[in-house]
Design a protein around this ligand. Structure first.
Ligand code: ADP
Length: 231
């Protein structure tokens, strides 16, 4: 097993600028989509081309939206006391259809009396959506994903949330690329999911790390301070 610690240094100034540009791209993109849809209603003959255009426009839109998520404020006022177990359960509900469609069963085990942390609920939700989606994507034949929530080993000021899949795994030369922008092995991936996780967890003074074995599966551990230093 190999371990790669994703650190916040990977988030470059270029990434921040790109998030700004993404914002500017949104309006012209919306008008392109609108007119393509209009054309589709007018020209029967070119439906195929227009469908491709609309699919590709949606793809650009997906990338832009993920960048916008990167640009979102991480201001202090968004932080509150939230139950991480509750957040994870809501994410499980959100992804239930996707899991069932892929024959994936998600199990949650909680071995901590308190699972409350000071955090931005929506941002932490986004982290677990991204990580769980990756776990599901990693198991094309289905299987089980285990989520373990416990106090971080040897410390009682942090929660450790480990998501273990039994999927394709990550080659060790690719482990260190995780969290860099646009690194993806998926045909419809953006390679921004882990970058967003990385940024959110860094803002919460937490950490995120991976262990993986090719053909066996991957474990992602997110450590979150129970009381954020931002408080
Ligand atoms: P995306 O999902 O759009 O590709 P991510 O940043 O979420 O973007 O992931 C980047 C890449 O990391 C994925 O394309 C995949 O190759 C790899 N990866 C992430 N999580 C896992 C996992 N649980 N198992 C195997 N590979 C993974």
């Amino acid at each position: 097993a190999e371990e790669a610690l994703i650190n916040s240094e990977k988030l470059s100034v270029a990434g921040q600028m790109a998030a700004g540009i993404a914002h500017e791209i949104r309006n012209p993109l919306a008008s392109l989509k609108g007119f393509s849809q209009l054309l589709k209603t007018k020209f029967d003959k070119h439906h195929d081309y227009l469908d491709i255009m609309l699919t590709e426009l949606d793809r650009i839109n997906g990338i832009v939206q993920e960048f916008m998520a990167l640009a979102k404020p991480q201001a202090h006022e968004f932080y509150g006391n939230h139950d991480v177990a509750k957040i994870i359960k809501s994410v499980m509900t959100l992804l239930e259809t996707q899991a069932v469609m892929n024959n994936v069963q998600i199990n949650l085990s909680i071995i901590s009396d308190s699972t409350v942390t000071r955090c931005d609920e929506n941002q932490i939700k986004q982290v677990f959506i991204n990580l769980l989606k990756n776990a599901i994507d990693a198991m094309p034949l289905g299987g089980e994903v285990d989520i373990d929530l416990a106090l971080a080993p040897q410390r009682n000021d942090s929660l450790a949330i480990t998501i273990t899949d039994h999927g394709v795994g990550i080659p060790k030369e690719q482990l260190e690329k995780l969290g860099g922008p646009f690194y993806t092995t998926k045909s419809s991936g953006t390679g921004l999911g882990l970058m967003i996780c990385n940024r959110i967890i860094a803002a919460h003074h937490g950490s995120i790390s991976f262990t993986s074995e090719l053909g066996t599966g991957t474990s992602v551990t997110v450590v979150l301070p129970v009381i954020s230093k931002l408080n």
